[in-house]
Design a binder for this molecule. Structure first.
Ligand code: ADP
Ligand code: NA
Length: 352
């Protein structure tokens, strides 16, 4: 089998934003285009994960297609990578069930994503007494399904954004545990490939959160299909800080860490778009009004995503939809072939 197996997933929550693009999708394309290794790539749109949030069926269907089109538009080649819908390969759910039986409640309760969903019970003094009665079980076991996605293909490398670090730690623990239970080194321990320099923050909000598809204000994120006008508008109203740049000392050029998070984020985005180091960029804009930086970030983002937007629009025409279905079917077949074989071995090792 391949020396390296790469798996990565994205939720079908609509068109990806710059955080998804720089944190994950651009890595997907880089890994695909890196020369010469014996590497199996699997990229998945994870619809089962999306069901942990309330969804409208018609919109979810559209979002799934939009997400697949976005992945193709950024440059993933369905000949080089196995590109598929997680929900088309039932072995993901079957392995998730198996892994659930080896996952401890206490461990899952400590996941920060779960904790962030919990409300402190009204009137309670202690944050230990929390109210989980209105949360669905899928949300609780979400990281186990994610571990199943990864382990099903005996994945060695997982390119994801910074926010997924803890989930991948759980996948490694489960791989070790299952290997002990099965008395077999079946699962390699998956390595996480994270570029922390590419964590993108929302354009609005304090304290600044990561850019996300679920934040209520749509102007807090730039989608990879936004028009030039939308990009400029969103950046124009983006948050910076209340410092007057023209009043800053001339003799000290700050590093990225010394800037306020919202301003640093603008430099990060610019650097991601142009490939220039932030240490080159900061002296160029430092002590100038933020409007200059914002205008150049907008232009750089537009230059970066204009070809993606164009390809996306082509794929979302009626002819494109046929191609999307073909891609999904091809991916389903190839992913299923591996998944079926691996799951059969796992079950044999478990005695079921
Ligand atoms: P979201 O968090 O917006 O719902 P997903 O959970 O589908 O998006 O994440 C898809 C990928 O994008 C994951 O690898 C995740 O780590 C990455 N990602 C999401 N948001 C950001 C961000 N703001 N900066 C960097 N990477 C991100
Ligand atoms: Na996420």
């Amino acid at each position: 089998r391949a020396q390296e197996v790469v798996f990565s997933g994205i939720q079908p929550t609509g068109v990806p934003h710059l955080g998804n693009y720089f944190g994950a999708l651009s890595q997907w394309v880089e890994m695909q285009n890196a020369p010469g290794t014996n590497r199996q790539l699997l990229y998945s749109v994870v619809g089962l994960h999306a069901l942990t949030m309330p969804q409208d069926p018609k919109k979810l269907y559209e979002d799934r297609m939009n997400t697949l089109a976005s992945i193709l538009a950024v440059g993933v080649d369905p000949q080089k990578a196995i590109l598929f819908f997680q929900e088309d390969v039932p072995q993901h759910a079957e392995l998730a069930w198996i892994l659930n039986c080896y996952s401890m409640m206490g461990r899952l309760k400590r996941m920060t994503t779960w904790k962030s969903k919990l409300a402190v019970k009204e009137g309670s003094q202690s944050s230990d007494i929390i109210d989980d009665s209105g949360l669905n079980l899928g949300l609780f076991t979400y990281p186990v399904l994610q571990a199943a996605d990864v382990l099903l293909y005996r994945t060695t490398h997982v390119p994801v954004g910074e926010d997924q670090r803890q989930h991948l730690e759980l996948a490694r623990e489960l791989a070790q545990k299952m290997n002990r239970v099965m008395k077999n080194d079946f699962f390699p321990l998956p390595t996480t490939i994270i570029n922390p320099a590419k964590r993108i923050l929302a354009l609005k909000g304090s304290p600044p959160q990561k850019m996300s598809k679920s934040a209520p204000d749509p102007r807090s994120r730039i989608l990879i299909t936004d028009s030039a006008a939308e990009i400029h508008d969103k950046l124009r109203v983006s948050h910076t800080d209340s410092i007057d740049p023209e009043s800053l000392p001339e003799d000290h050029i700050p590093s990225l860490d010394e800037l306020s998070p919202n301003v640093a984020n603008l430099y990060t985005i610019l650097s991601c778009c142009t490939g220039e180091d932030v240490s080159t960029l900061i002296p160029r804009y430092y002590r100038r009004r933020y409007g200059y930086l914002k205008a150049d970030v907008a232009a750089a983002v537009d230059a970066k995503i204009a070809p993606i937007r164009k390809e996306y629009e082509r794929l979302r025409k009626p002819d494109g939809e046929m191609w999307l279905r073909e891609v999904a079917e091809m991916g389903r077949e190839r992913a299923s072939a591996i998944a079926t074989q691996n799951l059969a071995q796992i079950k044999k090792h478990l005695g079921i």
